[in-house]
Design a protein around this ligand. Structure first.
Ligand SMILES: Nc1ncnc2c1ncn2[C@@H]1O[C@H](COP(=O)(O)OP(=O)(O)OP(=O)(O)O)[C@@H](O)[C@H]1O
Length: 459
């Protein structure tokens, strides 16, 4: 327990303190490395120093005068004001800052007036010094700090995604086939692996194969194996296929919609009779295997067009889960982006944070490449950013680069539309090209060009 008995200074020292110029005191506060955070008796934030920007990317201007409970929402946890106010002692909390997934030690001190009434809470937050200054490695006895690792967690809190997760977690416990549908990059392979890991088969192999990436003949010998001399160029000893290798475990058939009609019949045989024929053999082999299949194609259309067997479809989809695209679960963008930030910070030994504006830019974008694209954007911005803060300017650059890609590979990224909507929204709100420039992190002349292009020329 920390003793916080009131400071009882000599009169001489009090006079000295009173003579310190206000500017000097402010300079001290504003330059303190640790975050200093002061709440009044109602929990209103009355002072916060710029370290807040380093810790969780929010400028003091955006926090000041706000009720701390509302301001902290989605930024950090736990909430220490209520308990500190009643405690008559310093309360030490270990807070998690979601944007960086880092834990911080916060020391919250209640301050009482002469009538013993609660007046202020003065807090300091100490971040993970190891992440900031790696020179500690030169010391003999480095201080062990707390560093939580969330990397094994499946990220996503939106209702749509949680529903998928709950269904998959339930299905994982049963030995049923599962069909996972969803656009490219929504996490189908990732969740297929989760199903296996949470199933009773988790001590046996998980084998994944992309049915669309391998020519038909090769796919058959990869999956079922082949007998010695089965075809020209075959290994003289024959080969054991992936199905046999995965015996007892799970096999993930990605891009199942790409299977040829002949392979569809063979997979149906595996599903119905738990058997297959290695290439060049008439003798069936039996396996105990669970099949998880995925595709980004519309299988019902494929059935209508007679490209996919209906009996196979119904066999595969004992449990069917359709993963929503990222644009339909925008609540998850924040958590995914910060988790990727944290992962790449670890991988590249950096300590970067997002500013507030970039997070709202993430939310306004459609993410045609879904979670995979978000991950890629975060990694690229960590690598290309100069300072500790990753700002919206970098994100606009990322979008510009992807726009170039659109011209070369024909993929559709609606970057122009996104930029246009952002300019229109900001200009409607601030009515000034300077504000648009500042908010978008671009020069004022570029902002003027965009305003003329999207707004004024249309009027
Ligand atoms: N909920 C999630 N939490 C953390 N990472 C995720 C999540 N969903 C997807 N990812 C990551 O996003 C990337 C793309 O996911 P994945 O390969 O599973 O997509 P997919 O739907 O199988 O794509 P495709 O159809 O193109 O094969 C991977 O790096 C994966 O780790």
């Amino acid at each position: 327990m920390l003793d916080i008995s009131k400071p009882s200074h000599s009169q001489e020292y009090i006079d000295y303190l009173n003579a310190i110029p206000r500017e000097t005191l402010l300079t001290i506060l504003e330059n303190a490395f640790s975050e200093i955070y002061v709440l009044d008796k109602n929990g209103r934030i009355i002072y916060i120093n710029p370290a807040a920007m380093r810790l969780y990317g929010v400028p003091p201007e955006d926090l000041i005068n706000k009720n701390s409970k509302a301001a902290k929402k989605d930024l950090w946890d736990p909430y220490s004001f209520d308990i500190t106010r009643q405690s008559h002692r310093a309360i030490v909390t270990e807070n998690i800052y979601y944007k960086t997934n880092r834990s911080m030690i916060c020391i919250n001190v209640p301050v009482y007036n002469d009538n013993d009434e609660f007046e202020l809470m003065v807090s300091i937050s100490l971040d993970n010094i190891r992440a900031v200054d790696l020179s500690y490695r030169d010391l003999r006895n480095p201080i062990e700090s707390i560093n939580l690792d969330f990397s094994d967690e499946i990220i996503g809190k939106s209702i749509l995604f949680e529903q998928c997760l709950t269904d998959l977690e339930k299905a994982a416990k049963f030995d049923c086939n599962i069909l996972i549908l969803g656009e490219s990059g929504t996490g189908k392979s990732y969740l297929a692996q989760m199903v296996h890991e949470r199933s009773p088969r988790n001590h046996k192999p998980f084998v994944a194969i992309n049915c669309g990436a391998i020519p038909d003949g090769l796919l058959e010998s990869e999956l079922f194996g082949y007998m010695p001399g089965a075809f020209t160029g075959a290994n003289v000893k024959g080969k054991i296929g992936l199905l046999k290798n995965a015996d007892g475990g799970s096999i993930f058939l990605d891009e199942i919609g790409e299977l040829s009609p002949a392979m569809q019949v063979k997979i149906l045989d595996v599903l119905e009779n738990k058997r297959f024929f290695p290439v060049g053999s008439n003798k069936p082999e039996y396996v105990n295997i669970r099949i998880i299949a995925a595709t980004n194609q519309n299988l019902m259309n494929a059935i209508r067009e007679k490209k996919f067997r209906e009996d196979l479809y119904w066999r595969l989809n004992t449990v069917k889960v359709v993963l929503p695209p990222l644009r339909k679960r925008k609540e998850d963008i924040f958590y995914l982006a910060t988790a990727f930030l944290n992962d790449f910070n670890k991988r590249y030994n950096t300590n970067k944070v997002f500013n507030e504006k970039i997070l709202s830019c993430f939310n306004n974008y459609d993410w045609p490449g879904n979670v995979r694209q978000l991950r890629n954007a975060v990694e690229r911005m960590i690598i290309l950013s100069d300072g500790i803060i990753i700002n919206e300017e970098l994100f606009f650059r990322y979008l510009d680069q992807e726009e170039d890609r659109e011209e070369t590979d024909g993929e559709t990224y609606n970057v122009e539309e996104f930029k246009k909507q952002t300019v229109i929204k900001l200009y409607a709100k601030h009515k000034s090209s300077r504000a648009v420039a500042r908010r978008m992190g671009i020069s004022q002349s570029t902002a003027n060009l965009l305003i003329n292009k999207y707004i004024k020329n249309k009027e």
